[in-house]
Write a protein that binds this ligand. Sequence first.
Ligand code: ADP
Ligand code: MG
Length: 494
Amino acid sequence: MGKVVVCATVIGATAACAVATVLIHRYVKKSKRWGKAKAILKEFEEKCATPTLKLKQVADAMTVEMHAGLASEGGSKLKMLISFVDNLPTGNEEGLYYSLDLGGTNFRVLRVQLGGKDGVVNTEFTEVSIPANLMVGTSNELFDYIASELAKFVKEENEDYKVPPGRKRELGFTFSFPVMQTSISSGNLIRWTKGFNIDDAVGQDVVAELRSAIERQGLDMHITALVNDTVGTLAGGRHKNKDVVAAVILGTGTNAAYVESAQAIPKWHGDLPKSREMVINMEWGNFRSSHLPLTEYDYALDAESLNPGEQIFEKIISGMYLGEIVRRVLYKMAEEALIFGETVPPKLKVPSILRTPDMSAMHHDSSADLNVVKSKLKDIFEISDTSLQVRKVVVELCNIVATRGARLSAAGIFGILKKLGRDTTSGSEGQKSVIAMDGGLYEHYTEYSKCLENTLTELVGEDVSGSIAVEHSNDGSGIGAALLAASHSHYLDA
Ligand code: ADP
Ligand code: MG
């Protein structure tokens, strides 16, 4: 009897030992993996760090590049393009104007009735997404598509809108890609950005292309002003608030424009009196500096993009890329730390599958078990059963990427304020400086825009922060382009 008991005890103990060993082994393996995941996260966080000092160096570099770009054509990565907008809206503009905004995922067509001192009396718009194949097809296909949507919209004009007798309708064309303008209503495309790649349009006059497409639709209309979305936003912002000195777009891509005095533009040889002002389209998305905190993920993203080596600032701060950066880090964690199990979920390998709006939804998840993160991981990557610990890491990643982007955008704005001499209190008494902001990223990614605003205050300091404000200029670029068509109308003398 005694022998049997001893035997059973021994067997039991051995089995328990074996189970314990397996458990310990698993535990060790799991915590090793977890340690690896934490290490990847920590290293990424350190590489993305943007302490105040670094941001000030970035701002200084921005100011230096601005000077260089204004001094000579090709003098800087910042093109500092002359917009030919030397008269911003005054608030007296009147009449019916159209605007067409092409520059990213969607394009918009807008109809505006301006009533002079009464401001914008009526407005209507339509928004159409651009089929992916047209973004990389031929110039004619893209412009024909746009012109046909414009023609449809013009046909729907009702009696709230009035074209004065004997006049053609006028259009402000917002085209948000780098263009070398040759006048207020002509300009040649320098290159595509933001996922567009249409070879036969590069170097061409985009107004001429649009004009031909409009004619093919049988539409009779003047294209009066060709503007960048930042320039339009600046015009729209100025119309509402005379203290607006610059505009920044944070959407699919990013860019900034500001008001410069003509005498500070050495490369300008036009007949504009040096005392006048000129809006400069910075094309700041192409800014690059050794002070930018870049990581292995950014280098890889850039190398695999449609425009390697270009738009580096844009690739770390704008909506087209933020989600993709998060995906790349998650992929590394899945591969090297097995945070999603023994095999890497196949969907995690798909470039651009994590869009910035989804990243933002996960970042803003305030539920205790991070249910939004859970369902996004399931819907987008087909990863089920994630632990709370893993979901927390995902939120942390979103936070790191968004914070870096927002803080760098603020540094860019600080650079513009420095260039304008508006970064100190020594400017004229009571002088206000307002930055008109627009773009889906700024508008919807609250953590991002909050961080941007706080960082700007941190950079300018308490004393100056009272005189500086960022203001959301909702669809400023659409209204702004219409306003610029009005202030440059063919019928001004009439
Ligand atoms: P575009 O820049 O294409 O002219 P928008 O200014 O509307 O158009 O910006 C759209 C971009 O804004 C999207 O590509 C996306 O990156 C970003 N975005 C839109 N909604 C959100 C959101 N909820 N959270 C974060 N980013 C968003
Ligand atoms: Mg836009």
